[in-house]
Design a protein around this ligand. Structure first.
Ligand code: FES
Length: 144
């Protein structure tokens, strides 16, 4: 004998309410997920070098740019010294920000801290920020 399972009105309403709640939860979490996710790389954006005008990177200043499809940053920590790094945190891939008063790169996602050279100073990042070679050519920085 087969037992026939019937859906009661109460069961149907509960199922619909659960589906709506799940949809609303997913819709409200999507912007948070997008914010925390690293930017997607675009195909065809691979480049061997990046060129940044020297005037964009004053002493103590950082300039963010895209290099090989990834957020990157070049910094002049002291006059005439330039450091180029990936701006993607090595913990979960958020984008670091430059804090000139503290002279650190700070990851806003989980408070990771990096030195101007990209070394881990604190927080959860497991590795330093990858670095790129930088050359000064006339009034430009050639990175990569
Ligand atoms: S993603 Fe940077 S500290 Fe977690």
């Amino acid at each position: 004998m087969k037992a026939k399972k019937t859906l009661t009105r109460r069961g149907f309403v509960a199922a619909v309410a659960s589906a709506i709640a799940a949809g609303l939860a997913a819709a409200s979490l999507w912007p948070v997920w997008e914010f925390l996710s690293p930017p997607k790389t675009r195909e065809g954006q691979e480049q061997e070098t990046a060129v940044v005008p020297l005037s964009n990177v004053g002493p103590g200043k950082a300039h963010f740019f895209e290099f090989q499809g990834h957020p990157s940053v070049v910094l002049q920590p002291s006059p005439g010294k330039f450091i180029a790094l990936s701006a993607v945190c090595t913990h979960l891939g958020c984008i670091v920000e430059w804090r000139p008063r503290e002279e650190i790169f700070f990851c806003p996602c989980h408070a990771g801290r990096f030195s101007p050279e990209g070394k881990v100073l604190g927080g959860p990042p497991p590795r330093p920020l990858p670095s790129y070679p930088v050359k000064v050519r006339k009034d430009q920085l050639i990175i990569g």
